[in-house]
Design a protein around this ligand. Structure first.
Ligand code: PSU
Ligand code: MN
Length: 308
């Protein structure tokens, strides 16, 4: 299946060629680079993940908005810019028209990366962690647009689940309400990013790339119009004990409240504070799980294209 490129997108030639030929492409987001990890680890991670995708037989397409153009497939200088320029705006779906209309740069979240990937005809997207329902959302109504987008864009998102800066149980409830298939990849339990467990079951389990590709096909052939969330647990050797990471997260949440941080700044603040409070331990786990997601997501993309 090939899709005509959307006229507003700037698609790198290598990505455009792969899409036109029906070869597998894996989308990658840029908020994780600009707002999810410190420099220079972020840029090294972005390059390494692209290499993992290539080694697995697909073409990587990191997505961002550059000079107002939604851009699919970045070069080395662009990755460096996103990782090192402190002024890059965090762009979710509602921010997309603003950065496009003003000609600005923007780092795309899971939601806006999904949307742009979908417009480009990319069906698999690898990230670290999903946004979701924030703790205390029953008061604040702070629910990530990542969930809305999963309900309305036909892209499979491979993540390591949802970390407990969020309300994992309510996040799963909202995904059910929105009709989004949520798959535990090789696990019965929904993973909590830094740990393989969360105390909550995965709504369904699949164990191979072929099975996931079949579920993607079924979702879209049924006309659900939604994405698919594939929750891939961090490898055993890299995971953190839940009590260790939960203590760090509780402190980070308290610091966030005490400083009065709110809205779109909450997630980046918490991610940065968790790295500081864990003395970098959480960053190592984060890097390991992103690499693992890239391997699994690439295998899924290869399998999906083999059957399509
Ligand atoms: N969780 C992470 N790392 C990240 C993010 C979340 O472990 O980098 C980023 C992703 O880009 C995600 C966004 O889409 O944060 C969610 O932000 P918000 O909660 O404001 O929607
Ligand atoms: Mn929010």
């Amino acid at each position: 299946m090939t899709t005509a490129p959307h006229p507003m997108l700037k698609v790198a030639p290598e990505v455009a060629d792969a899409l036109a030929a029906g070869r597998p492409v894996v989308a990658l987001e840029s908020t994780i680079i600009s707002h999810g990890m410190p420099y220079p680890h972020n840029v090294a991670m972005a390059r390494e993940v692209e290499q993992i995708v290539r080694d697995g037989g697909a073409v990587p397409a990191t997505i961002a908005v550059l000079d107002g153009r939604p851009t699919v497939g970045l070069d080395d200088d662009e990755l460096e810019l996103l990782g090192s320029d402190g002024d890059i705006r965090k762009v979710s779906v509602r921010d997309l028209p603003y950065v496009v209309a003003t000609g600005a740069h923007g780092a795309t979240t899971v939601a806006s990366t999904m949307r742009i990937a979908g417009l480009a005809g990319i069906r698999v997207f690898v990230t670290g962690g999903l946004g979701g329902v924030h703790q205390g959302a029953e008061e604040s109504m702070d629910v990530s647009a990542d969930l809305t987008e999963l309900s309305r864009t036909e892209v499979a998102v491979v993540s390591a689940g949802v970390k407990s800066i969020l309300d994992i149980g309510r996040t799963l409830e909202v995904l059910e309400t929105l009709g989004v298939p949520v798959v535990g990849y090789g696990t019965d339990e929904f993973p909590s990013f830094f740990s393989r467990s969360s105390g909550l079951g995965a709504p369904m389990r699949l164990d191979t790339p072929e099975e996931v590709a079949a579920l993607m096909r079924a979702t879209w052939d049924l006309g659900l119009g939604s994405g698919v969330s594939i929750a891939n647990p961090v490898p055993v050797e890299d995971e953190m004990a839940r009590e260790d990471i939960d203590a760090v997260i509780d402190q980070a949440l308290a610091d966030c409240a005490q400083r009065g941080i709110h809205g779109k700044d909450i997630t980046p603040f918490l991610l940065g504070r968790i790295i500081e409070l864990s003395d970098g331990r959480s960053l190592r786990t984060n890097l390991a799980l992103v690499r693992h997601n890239a391997r699994v997501g690439t295998a899924i993309a290869v399998s999906f294209h083999a059957r399509d």
